[in-house]
Design a binder for this molecule. Structure first.
Ligand code: PGA
Length: 245
């Protein structure tokens, strides 16, 4: 089981980020002492780029660190961008690509596909996000939408790419106060279809927290992509406890 914590553009200070990780280290040690039989849970963090290096240096032994985005070229005149090669050279283990919040800012599926290829090329693990934008009612419509996204996102990606992880994140479920996360039934329906068509490990994301993660643990998922809850130390600890059982 892999838990990917996506901090987005948070927290405001590096010291706040360190405080969260210190708390989590303490919780992990406690968990090891109290539970004799724990499920292995890997914890991957995607902090803002500015915090990447100091956090990786300090906590590398305990967690994997990655980036929330990289560009599709490896070098050149691209102000403000970071190349996959740079990410790899500085010790990045993975990158999250195609997050719906980036798509809202104008990132196209074609650009994301180029980013996926460039990141896989340098050996980064890629977490490729996809999912429908609005809550569609019929299973056929959801599948049609997802299939058309994946067709573009996975263009030229070898089907045996070991470093590729998909993350099903319906945009309507992300940090959602009104609609909330997918129900277990909705997710199961999606996963039944997914495993008939794809082989890449798959994560779910969208308002996952300690109140709902347990419901999903019976499903055929390889992990979770967690945003808001991953900034709250108590929430992370609870999530970790539940996922480790
Ligand atoms: P959320 O974010 O957990 O706040 O919904 C998930 C994500 O953005 O990956």
């Amino acid at each position: 089981m892999i838990l990917v914590f996506n901090w987005k553009m948070n927290p405001e200070k590096l010291s706040d980020a360190e405080a969260i990780l210190d708390f989590l280290r303490f919780a992990q040690d406690k968990l090891k002492k109290t539970c004799t039989e724990t499920q292995s849970v890997e914890v991957w963090f995607a902090p803002p780029n500015l915090y990447f290096e100091p956090l990786r240096k300090k906590y590398n032994e305990f967690f994997d660190f990655g980036l929330q985005n990289t560009f599709y070229e490896q070098s050149g005149a691209f102000t403000g961008e970071i190349s996959p090669k740079m990410a790899k050279n500085i010790g990045g283990e993975f990158v999250i690509l195609g997050h719906s919040e980036r798509k809202k800012l104008g990132e196209s599926l074609e650009d994301i596909n180029k980013k996926v290829l460039a990141s896989l090329e340098v050996g980064l693990r890629v977490i490729l996000c996809f999912g429908e934008n609005v809550k569609l009612k019929s299973r056929e419509n959801i599948i049609f939408e997802i299939k058309s996204q994946l067709k573009i996102l996975l263009q030229d990606v070898p089907i045996n790419s070991e470093n590729l992880y998909l993350a099903y994140e319906p945009a309507w479920a992300i940090s959602s106060q009104e609609i909330g996360p997918s129900s277990t039934e909705e997710l199961k329906t999606f996963l039944d279809w997914y495993w008939q068509n794809y082989k890449f490990p798959i994560f779910y994301g969208g308002s996952v927290d300690s109140s709902n993660i347990e419901n999903y643990l019976t499903l055929k998922l390889n992990g979770f992509l967690i945003g808001s809850a991953s900034l709250k130390p108590e929430e992370i600890t609870k999530i970790l406890n539940i996922a480790s059982k």
